[in-house]
Ligand binder design. Structure first.
Ligand code: NOJ
Length: 484
């Protein structure tokens, strides 16, 4: 039987046996997987973040975060929901670690809630430290490496109120203070740190915000390198949203526009952190609108990371707006680089659409993105910190655990990731987004990204087909590894 037919049979079986949500699964979709391209200590992981997972938003002395305030403001989240309870990982973490153990992952990516550690500026909340200590220790007991993000969008509301958060340069020192507390308390056991998750999304269209975040990153890295790294022996990086930009036609103008789009989206952060300055094209177009780095800043910035964290989900077409007239749209204005981004060319989508409006399936984008970063940044070690696919929450649908689309998505993206690695890309890990269905920011609970289904009334977790697939995939790799 060929693979598509196997899936049809599985699908029918699943319809009969649901809602048990247990699925047998063929060993792997790929029959020719060359696992020898993966290094021995490759990190297989699942990812999460504090606001999307923890809940307990006022427990044990936690302070309010900007997202607590934002979600409690009517009209900000489409289903009117919030992360007050989220998926209650604050209480249910032992159960979640059991799920990770069952998947066989070697790492768990989570973020620390700054407001849980420092509810009032300057005063450390011991209960917050103790929660993350318990989480870290329990992970390590099961052989799972903690992979920690310091800021995954949520920061103490106090910083917003005092000086506008990232809009002010004052955030740099405060971020350094918070980072230092984390390195000091957890760094003996945490070997992977990232400063920010997707600052290029947080800072969209604000060059001032980006500038402050880049320098805040450098401040934390400096502290880590000077006080902790040698003794603790860990690594520090940053996680960027990495959309692959495909030129819409093969004209030279569109080719340059695709490059420009990457400059204004990704290289905007990575160039300063790795080379000490903004991309030349950006400076040329934005002139004095782009903040400048002082000589001191440049020194501090150089080689400001040990690895690049890549969140890759999708790709977009890019059209030049310098030599041709563009319709208004993302990227078209001069402050965004005169490179119009869209997921369609003449009404034809770049890849198979999904339930999520911005997410089209274009797996070849994974190879192209990784190869681009490899070339531009001299094969700096890379870690895929997020890759995944969202599905609409349909409460009337009983086949919620039969997420074949997610399995096909992950399998196809893996094919292209392996291709990039076979050609020499130094990729050291892959994290699926996400361990569980969770709070998807302004989409609330309307979209599900989990390898495990969460019943939001009972908080019960149930493995989906994708969990079984990922488990088999990881196990297959480990078997090969021990045979070498
Ligand atoms: C990237 C973000 O880091 C994460 O928080 C979000 O849930 C996923 N993308 C899916 O949109």
């Amino acid at each position: 039987m060929d693979l598509p037919s196997i899936f049809k049979v599985l699908f029918l079986l699943d319809l009969i046996f649901l809602p048990l949500c247990v699925s047998s699964y063929p060993k792997t979709l790929r029959e020719s997987l060359d696992r020898s391209s993966l290094p021995d200590n490759f990190l297989f992981g699942v990812a999460s973040s504090s606001y999307q997972f923890e809940g307990s938003y006022l427990s044990d002395g936690k302070g309010l975060s900007n997202w607590d305030i934002h979600t409690h403001t009517p009209g900000k989240v489409i289903d009117g929901s919030n992360g007050d309870i989220a998926v209650d990982q604050y209480n249910l973490y032992p159960e979640d670690i059991d799920l990770m153990d069952s998947l066989g992952v070697s790492s768990y990516r989570f973020s620390i809630s700054w407001a849980r550690i420092l509810p009032k500026f300057g005063d450390i909340n011991k209960a917050g430290i103790s929660y993350y200590n318990k989480l870290i220790d329990s992970l390590l007991l099961r052989g799972i490496q903690p992979f920690v993000t310091l800021v995954h969008y949520d920061i103490p509301q106090e910083l917003e109120e005092r000086y506008g958060g990232w809009l002010s340069p004052r955030c740099q020192e405060d971020f350094g203070y918070y980072a230092d507390i984390c390195f000091k308390n957890f760094g003996d056991r945490v070997k992977y740190w990232t400063t920010f998750n997707e600052p290029n999304i947080q800072a969209i269209k604000s060059y001032r915000t980006a500038h402050n975040m880049i320098l805040a990153h450098a401040t934390a890295v400096d502290i880590y390198r000077a006080k902790y790294q040698k003794e603790q022996g860990g690594n520090i990086g940053i996680v960027l949203d990495c959309i692959w930009f495909e030129q819409i036609s093969n004209s030279t103008a569109d080719m340059l526009a695709a490059d420009r789009a990457e400059d204004f989206f990704l290289n905007w952060f990575l160039d300063p952190i790795i080379f000490g300055n903004y991309p030349a094209e950006m400076s040329k177009i934005l002139g004095s609108n782009l903040p400048r780095f002082s000589r001191n800043d440049k020194e501090k910035l150089k080689n400001g990371l040990d690895f690049i964290g890549i969140n890759h989900y999708t790709s977009e077409y890019v059209q030049d707006c310098i030599f041709s007239v563009c319709e208004p749209g993302t990227g078209a204005s001069w402050t965004e680089g005169l490179a119009r981004r869209s997921q369609e060319n003449d009404g034809v989508p770049i890849g198979k659409p999904t339930d999520v409006d911005w997410l089209h399936i274009y797996p070849q984008g994974m190879e192209k993105m990784v190869t681009y970063i490899k070339k531009r940044y001299n094969n700096t070690p890379m870690i895929i910190t997020e890759n995944g696919c969202g599905q609409l929450n349909n409460p009337n649908l009983t086949i919620v655990c039969h997420d074949i689309e997610r399995v096909e998505y992950m399998s196809a993206y893996w094919d292209f990731l392996l291709l990039a690695m076979e050609k020499g890309a130094d990729v050291r890990g892959y994290f699926a987004w996400s361990l569980l269905d969770n709070f998807e920011w302004s989409y609330g609970y309307t979209q599900r990204y989990g390898l495990h289904h969460v019943d939001y009334t009972t908080l019960k977790r149930t493995p989906k087909l994708s969990a079984t697939w990922f488990k088999e995939f990881i196990a297959g790799y480990k078997v090969e590894e021990s045979q070498i």
